[in-house]
Design a protein around this ligand. Structure first.
Ligand code: FAD
Ligand code: NAD
Length: 408
């Protein structure tokens, strides 16, 4: 009998895995099941080009006929409600079940909800899906004042876009700096200055206590009494891996969220794999967690597809991502938060900036601001573990390209 692989979640990781299974020659059945009504699309543009009105819809990750031509059974607007491990089948919300030999969990993550009085008032948004982005965009079309609760990646990207659309924007961040999780203190502070330069007001150590309003939100009140008027609010306080199907099925998950997998994507049940935001994947640093990035989700999905075909190629991950804030493009490789020394390399001429976290003469992480050329070299320093000297790294006259060539 033909084999059957069921992929739960038809987002980036789901379609990447489906495509990889076919390009690797798998001829069995593939069911790709996604609860959103449309096929996989470019999520990163939601907070950037789509909200700014530069595009009317997000680009599709694969062309309109790809599932047909790859002979993939696509179930859209369909939710999987259970993985029945004992009987090796998944249950669908619309009724019925699909048997499997392997399951790939590619359910991504969800926007974390805020526990505060008034948080259900009209005008309060979260941003994860195309539908969310359309709702927020409609709200911003008439918004005079936007308050963003949470100064991480979504908060700072939307603040950039919304202030470009003419709204008065305030970010309420509970930490003492913006963007600490992904960019660290130095770059977080740099981004705050740049956001303030384009007119965004930033309130740090601000904890939203309640939302005021009647037919619509009117203001956000913080625990210390700060009250900021708003006709639109975005809550962007982090993502939670959508791991409930795995938890209910008894598959091991990280206490803080995420399906625990090995470096091929295999979970505690050998017929269930996970990839993308939902997976707590092994990192090169030795930890296991969800990296919540586009590029890592793609690599994990391909790795899991290969493993399901019996061609395991363990792939511990190094976080790699990008963002666009206050008119700047930032690219990141590795985790900038960690032990060691931060080395800054400012290039006054090109107005670009590189930051390195160096530990024991090796670059553990790098951030490039407006410097895509040197980022490609810096990211190789991170992945190759080449010994470096910090005075040279900090010197903008020192050619990283020649240095890497010489070490190759
Ligand atoms: P998703 O893309 O979330 O796809 C998961 C899919 O599974 C969803 O469609 C969901 O509806 C579906 N699903 C969930 N549960 C079920 C179920 N039970 N049954 C059926 N279907 C289900 N990363 C970057 O590196 N750079 C960026 O600039 C960037 N910008 C971003 C901007 C925004 C606004 C957001 C929200 C994210 C951004 N990211 C960015 C992160 C990146 O988009 C994610 O890391 C990536 O989408 C993860 O892919 P995924 O397939 O794991 O999850
Ligand atoms: P995030 O983790 O980047 O930032 C959340 C921020 O909210 C943090 O700074 C945190 O301190 C703050 N916060 C938490 N609770 C708070 C509270 N009660 N009040 C005020 N502040 C609070 O998460 P996000 O910005 O919500 O993004 C969600 C997901 O989307 C993540 O997975 C992220 O990686 C992804 N994303 C990625 C990109 C990118 O890579 N460029 C862009 C947008 C979104």
């Amino acid at each position: 009998m033909s084999k059957s692989i069921v992929i739960i979640g038809a987002g980036l990781a789901g379609v990447t895995a489906a495509r990889c299974l076919r390009t690797e020659g798998y001829q069995g059945t593939i069911h790709l099941i996604g609860e959103e009504p449309c096929g996989a699309y470019d999520r990163p543009c939601l907070s950037k080009e789509l909200l700014a009105g530069k595009v009317n819809e997000p680009a599709a990750i694969l062309g309109p006929d790809w599932s047909k031509s790859a002979n993939i059974t696509l179930h859209l607007a369909e939710r999987v409600t259970e993985i029945d491990i004992a009987n090796r089948q998944v249950r669908l919300q619309s009724g019925g079940h699909i048997p499997y030999d392997y399951v790939l969990l590619a359910t991504g993550s969800r926007a974390r909800r805020i526990q505060a009085e008034g948080s259900n008032l009209p005008g309060i948004h979260t941003l994860r899906t195309y539908e969310d982005a359309n709702r927020l965009k409609d709200s911003l079309a008439t918004a005079k004042s936007l308050v963003i609760v949470g100064g991480g990646l979504i908060g700072c990207e939307v603040a950039t876009t919304a202030s470009g659309l003419g709204a008065s924007v305030t970010i309420l961040e509970c930490g003492d700096e913006l963007l600490l999780r992904v960019l660290g203190r130095d770059t977080g502070k740099w981004c705050r200055n740049e956001l303030e330069r384009i007119g965004v007001q930033v309130e740090r150590s601000a904890h939203a206590l309640r939302f005021e309003g009647d037919e619509r939100v009117r203001a956000v009140v913080c625990t210390d009494g700060r009250r900021i008027e708003a006709d639109t609010v975005l809550v962007s306080i982090g993502a939670e891996p959508a791991d409930d199907l795995a938890r209910t099925a008894g598959i091991e998950c990280q206490p803080g969220g995420g399906v625990l997998v090995d470096a091929t994507g295999k979970s505690s049940d050998p017929s269930v794999f996970a990839a993308g935001d939902v997976a707590a994947w092994p990192l090169r640093s030795g930890e296991r967690r969800s990296l919540e990035t586009y590029l890592n989700s793609q690599i994990e999905a391909e790795t899991a597809a290969l493993a399901m075909l019996g061609k395991p190629q363990p792939s511990p991950q190094t976080q790699t991502s990008w963002t666009e804030i206050a008119g700047h493009r930032l690219q990141m490789a590795g985790d900038i938060n960690g032990p060691g020394e931060i080395v800054v390399r400012n290039n006054e001429q090109s107005r670009s900036r590189l930051l390195f976290r160096v530990l024991d003469n090796r670059v553990e992480a790098a951030i490039a601001i407006d410097d895509p050329r040197d980022f490609s070299i810096a990211s190789r320093l991170v992945t190759r573990g080449v010994p470096v000297s910090t005075p040279e790294l900090a010197d903008p006259q020192f050619s990283l390209r020649d240095f890497l060539k010489a070490k190759a």
